[in-house]
Write a protein that binds this ligand. Structure first.
Ligand code: GLP
Length: 253
């Protein structure tokens, strides 16, 4: 893994957006895997600016979001479809039919998971997968215990994750759906490139486990240690618990 440690406030997000923009310029029909959460809001704000001011062109790009809550209408403030519309989709020239988010309102979750996997395959697989990190160590919504080779599937969210994600639900963790659809760890690992963005002191301990601990389903993000092309962008606060020697590794900025 190539760890890029940033020092200035906001630099991690602009670097992440820059890597995504570079990939899109190099391959205009890029298949982009997208993530949600607070961490990504500034990344999407940069991408919107790059589109509006520099003409970054999404017209041939296809996107696949990592996950979605089950049973939440797409207009709900907590829905990831709504998050994506608000922070990215409505501001750029991505074609509506190219912007994929799992359908959490489906009557048949298993069928929706298979449909989503098939759509990704039909698109030729994910070129660049953007990832955030949950405090439980999850990527997408793959909570501790998720098999490292899992495909798109239904998950039961931990209480900690529901608590962490309660913001758009009026701060009420019990209002956060208990279930979600997520790309599996196996699906994520098939992306040709992964780009993990982690910011803030609250993620420092789990980031150290993800990057430097054993590869185990109990720390789902640790599977990225086995990915052949994974960049990790971190800010100073999130990097706090990384091993002393890590600053000397190539790839730090
Ligand atoms: C959610 C998403 C993850 C995201 C995580 C971190 O649980 N399913 O994909 O990485 O939150 O979110 P935040 O950036 O808000 O800490």
């Amino acid at each position: 893994m190539d760890v890029l440690r940033t020092s200035q406030n906001g630099q991690a997000e602009s670097l992440t957006a820059g890597i995504m923009a570079q990939a899109l310029r190099a391959k205009p029909d890029l298949v982009l895997g997208l993530a949600t959460g607070r961490t990504m809001k500034r990344v999407y704000a940069h991408l919107v600016r790059l589109h509006q001011q520099d003409g970054l062109d999404f017209s041939r790009c296809r996107t696949f979001n990592l996950d979605e809550y089950i049973g939440l209408p797409s207009g709900h403030p907590g829905s990831y479809r709504r998050y994506m519309e608000e922070h990215l989709f409505r501001h750029i020239n991505l074609q509506a039919e190219h912007a994929h988010v799992p359908d959490g309102m489906t009557s048949d979750v298993m069928e929706e998971c298979q449909r989503y996997e098939a759509l990704i395959q039909e698109a030729g697989g994910i070129d660049l997968q953007l990832l955030g990190l949950g405090v439980t160590g999850h990527i997408g919504f793959n909570e501790p215990g998720s098999p490292l080779d899992s495909r798109t599937h239904e998950v039961q969210l931990t209480e900690l994750t529901r608590h962490e994600n309660a913001g758009p639900f009026g701060g009420n963790a019990s209002a956060v759906p208990a279930k979600a659809i997520t790309l599996g760890l196996g699906t994520i690992m098939e992306a040709r490139r992964c780009l993990l963005l982690v910011t803030g002191a609250a993620k420092a301990a789990i980031l150290a486990r993800v990057l430097e601990g054993p590869v185990t389903p109990m720390t789902p993000g640790s599977v990225l240690q086995r990915h052949p092309d994974c960049k990790v962008v971190v800010d100073a606060a999130a990097a706090r618990d990384l091993g002393m020697g890590s600053q000397d590794r190539p790839g730090y900025i």
